[in-house]
Write a protein that binds this ligand. Structure first.
Ligand code: ADP
Ligand code: ASP
Ligand code: MG
Length: 409
């Protein structure tokens, strides 16, 4: 007997035909003694459509974050019901359960919730009664019982967290690519499929924009020590294993992959007084609104006026909230102006092999120069280097950098 958690993303359940195909695939791969939990996302672009719908009420619907969660959680509620019906219509017992019903406890940070504990008693009971349990991804409930979503791509996290809480034997993430590649295969022509990748490198790739896995899901996998198999919904091919350490010879590389993020925006507050406390007043106001700031640059002081410029990036979804806060802070600090730039993207390289290897950054910048791409901001971590560039140049930049580190024969 094995307890298996399988997660199917939005494109895998985009139509009722696809939902039936998912049900068939799960049943075909199932031994009679297996216990199976299937976590699903909302159908196709439902979540985007719901956000657009809310924008019809207010340009920044995230002001009403609790109501956004009430709205967004309906997407997954549709797909679980349909998938459970599909299993039943094929002759297998199944039950659909929402995040709240599976005991997915979260904090109360609406639209960006974090799982604080899982009590999957209801799932265990339903499994013991012979059901395939179909669980709504992306959602949990806080201590008031209110629905809370886990951030975009959060169904990955629901699946890995459930696998951990149930001590599952395996966790499979089914998606529209057949594994994890050295770069997004939709953007980079020569992207290579990996057989395996460590949690740490995958976490960095995900954090820097590789949307194939939500970063929190990789953290969860590492926390519970669960290997995660990322594979295609549409083929039987083995995908990529995310695990603690490499098991094959694949480990000798300088760079593990390239990630990009085109859902970022740059904000600048120009001419803020050059004095203690300025950065704190700006970034604490953003933190209070749960806006995460990514790259930060403070310009060299303008000696004549004793002012500097503060430049930083945020996720596009947070732009309206950040803009409102920054305008407010500008007034309080008597700053000169606020600039917003949406035509930006971040391209990053990731790999533990770059630790103590100073030539890597130079090669990345050289590739960008060859492609005639200007670098706006640079930031680094122990295992990554990121450059902010113009969004129009993203494809050329990503391909040039990838070709530098993964030459095509
Ligand atoms: P799902 O709806 O199944 O959750 P997502 O769209 O969230 O699917 O994630 C799959 C997508 O992730 C792929 O279609 C691909 O374009 C993108 N992606 C980004 N980086 C990578 C990468 N390094 N390897 C594979 N896919 C990637
Ligand atoms: N439906 C949610 C989203 O589009 C969650 C997910 O797909 O993982 O972000
Ligand atoms: Mg996803």
């Amino acid at each position: 007997m094995a307890l298996i958690v399988k997660k199917f993303g939005g494109s895998s359940v985009a139509t009722t035909e696809k939902i039936k195909a998912v049900a068939r695939r799960v049943l075909d791969g199932m031994k009679p003694e297996d216990k199976v939990v299937v976590v699903v996302s909302a159908m196709g672009d439902t979540t985007d459509d719901l956000i657009e719908l809310a924008r019809g009420i207010d340009k920044n619907p995230y002001h009403y974050a609790r109501e956004m969660d009430m709205l967004l959680t309906t997407g997954e509620q549709v797909s679980i019901a349909l998938l459970a019906m599909a299993f039943c219509s094929m002759g297998h017992k199944a039950i659909s359960l929402t995040g709240a019903m599976v005991g997915m406890g979260t904090n109360s940070v609406h639209t960006k919730g974090r799982i604080v504990g899982i009590e999957p008693k209801r799932v265990e009971e339903a499994l013991n009664e012979g059901n395939i349990v179909v669980v709504a991804g992306f959602q949990g409930a806080d201590s008031f019982g209110d629905p809370v979503t886990l951030g975009r791509g959060g169904s990955d996290t629901s699946a890995v967290a459930l696998a951990g809480a149930l001590a599952a034997d395996s966790c499979e993430i089914f998606t529209d690519v057949d594994g994890i590649y050295s770069a997004d295969p939709r953007l980079v022509q020569g992207a290579r499929k990996m057989q395996e990748i460590t949690y740490d490198e995958m976490l960095e790739m995900a954090r820097l924009g590789a949307g194939v896995m939500q970063p929190r899901s990789v953290e969860m996998g590492k926390h519970f020590g669960i290997p995660i198999h990322v594979r295609s919904t549409f083929t039987e091919k083995t995908g990529t294993m995310i695990r603690e350490a490499y098991t094959m010879e694949e480990k000798d590389f300088e760079i593990r992959g390239l990630a990009h993020d085109d859902k970022v925006a740059k904000l600048a507050v120009m001419g803020v007084p050059n004095q203690p406390g300025v950065a704190h007043s700006l970034f604490s106001a953003l933190a209070d609104a749960n806006v995460s700031v990514d790259m930060i640059v403070q310009s060299v002081r303008n000696i004549e006026h004793n002012v500097t410029d503060m430049v930083f990036t945020v996720a596009v979804d947070d732009l309206e909230t950040a803009r409102e806060i920054v305008e407010d802070v500008k007034k309080k600090l008597n700053a000169v102006s606020v600039l917003v730039e949406e035509n930006v993207a971040k391209v990053s390289i990731v790999g533990v092999g770059m630790l103590g290897n100073p030539g890597i950054a130079a090669r990345m910048f050289g590739a960008l120069q060859k492609a005639d791409v200007n670098i706006d901001i640079i930031s680094t971590s122990e295992i990554s280097i990121s450059c902010l560039i113009t969004k129009d140049k993203l494809k050329e930049a990503a391909n040039a950098i990838h070709d530098e580190f993964f030459p095509r024969d």
